[in-house]
Design a binder for this molecule. Structure first.
Ligand code: SF4
Ligand code: SF4
Length: 436
């Protein structure tokens, strides 16, 4: 079977501080959970409960404020203690409800009722997906209702692409989920395709995971929707939207299969869609990769949403030494964590803590002109040059360029290979206040 990949740049990345991905453990339930009202891209939900109220497991506690917002649910039963707010590393104010666990669980450990969805219309499926607050769980957290909006996408041939590409080792969590919940991933794909009126499912699997791809395809054969397997490259950023689309267009041309426009979703999102429609259940847990050089016992864990990141690290044995940096996501696209009380949310696929000396640390801050950054940029930009142009701009010099590069899609490859550890992608994308 041919491998279809984006044509240039990218990097292969192994990180020995990432835990093994072949199994997962279940984290303890949090005695105190912090449930943010914005676990999605867009407008925060409005709280439907107040301090002192009792909440049930899975109960709606934050109501969506329109198509670019999402419902939020309690992930444990208990009492709302108060609303809390904090400023995250990007300066954004986060509002959340603090819940002390107590009382009986209505979902955990109980026999699940499976509802038939075969006779539901796309509109009814969409209503359930929206009701249970499903968002893209391995991306920015776009509400699924805005992604699968068939009225917007028109009548062209369209395909759902199930992204099972693990080019970033920190996606070990989604790999574990895909193996452990393969049936739900496939059923969620069929539900998503019907909801968005997409007429084909394509399983995009990196070439190291061919066996997983075959299992997905074989499971999909029991549904009446055309499905196929695309083997992609495994160089990062293969799983990014643009690089994935490039690989799919190459596949389309070589194989003569018309995919039309594509909707790309990952396994965590699809399993959540299945749970919402079939079990009438919101997202309660997230598979999370926990690792980094500062963590004693890295592992993949199934963590209840709202669990504080400090507790997640503690369950992995704590730190070998004081970490220099903590972040959610991966070293490519990680977002700094400045407070261990910040919680795991729907989009948290990894949390890591590193000592000084690991790749994401120790910036020398002088370009040595090695050209590594140019070699890995998947869209052929010159990160060194863009960085130099942006530097006076960041320093407030009006003669600098008018703004960040519109072409750069922030994959982070250039930054990761730069031996001087310059914050290339952050500066090029206009996110960093670096003024070196
Ligand atoms: S972050 Fe931007 S400049 Fe750097 S490699 Fe990616 S696309 Fe190229
Ligand atoms: S990789 Fe870093 S040091 Fe090398 S040319 Fe690019 S910016 Fe300069």
């Amino acid at each position: 079977m041919k491998i279809h990949s984006f044509p240039r740049g990218g990097i292969s990345f192994d990180d020995p501080t990432v835990p093994p991905r072949d199994s997962s453990t279940i984290a303890f339930l949090p005695a105190l959970s912090v449930i943010p009202l914005a676990q999605h891209a867009g407008v925060p939900a409005r709280p439907t409960v107040a301090a002192g109220d009792l909440v049930r497991e899975g109960m709606l506690i934050g109501r969506s404020q329109g198509p670019f917002s999402a419902n939020v649910h309690a992930t444990v039963p208990g009492r709302v203690i108060r609303e809390v707010s904090w400023k995250n590393a990007e300066g954004r104010i986060c509002d959340a409800l603090l819940i002390r666990m107590g009382g009986g669980f209505e979902l955990l450990g109980k026999k699940e009722t499976a509802y038939s969805w075969a006779d539901l219309s796309p509109h009814e499926l969409m209503r359930l997906i929206t009701e249970f607050g499903i968002v893209e769980m391995d991306g920015a957290g776009r509400p699924i209702a805005s992604v699968l909006n068939y009225e917007k996408t028109g009548k062209r041939d369209q395909s759902l692409v199930v992204r099972c590409v693990f080019d970033d080792p920190w996606l070990a969590s989604d790999y574990a989920l895909c193996r452990e919940r393969l049936k739900e991933v496939v059923e969620g794909s069929v539900i998503a395709a019907r909801t968005g009126r997409l007429n084909r499912i394509v399983f995009a699997v990196s070439h190291r995971e061919r066996d997983l791809g075959r299992k997905l395809l074989s499971e999909a054969a029991s549904y009446k929707i055309p499905s196929s397997l695309v083997i992609t490259g495994s160089r990062y950023p293969q799983h990014n939207q643009r690089e994935m689309e490039l690989a799919l267009r190459i596949y389309e041309k070589r194989e003569g299969i018309l995919l039309g426009s594509v909707v790309i979703l990952g396994p965590a999102t699809l399993a959540a869609i299945c749970d919402a429609v079939k079990l009438r259940k919101p997202v309660l847990d997230r598979y999370v990769t926990v690792g980094g050089s500062a963590v004693k016992n890295p592992r993949v864990m199934k963590v209840r949403i709202g669990t504080r990141i400090g507790e997640v690290f503690a369950e992995c044995g704590g730190f070998v030494d004081k970490p220099k940096r903590m972040a959610t996501g991966s070293p490519f696209l990680g977002r700094a964590v400045i407070d261990l009380d910040e919680p795991v949310i729907k989009t948290t696929y990894a949390v890591f803590a590193v000592l000084g000396g690991q790749a994401v640390e120790s910036r020398a801050r002088n370009c040595i002109g090695c050209g590594e950054c140019r070699a890995v940029c998947p869209i052929g930009l010159d990160p060194e040059e863009l960085f130099k142009q942006m530097r006076p701009f960041r320093n407030g010099d009006a003669s600098g360029p008018p703004g960040p590069s519109v072409e750069c899609h922030g994959c982070g490859c250039c930054e990761l290979v730069c031996p001087s550890r310059l914050p290339l992608s952050q500066v090029i994308a206009g996110e960093d206040s670096y003024a070196g």
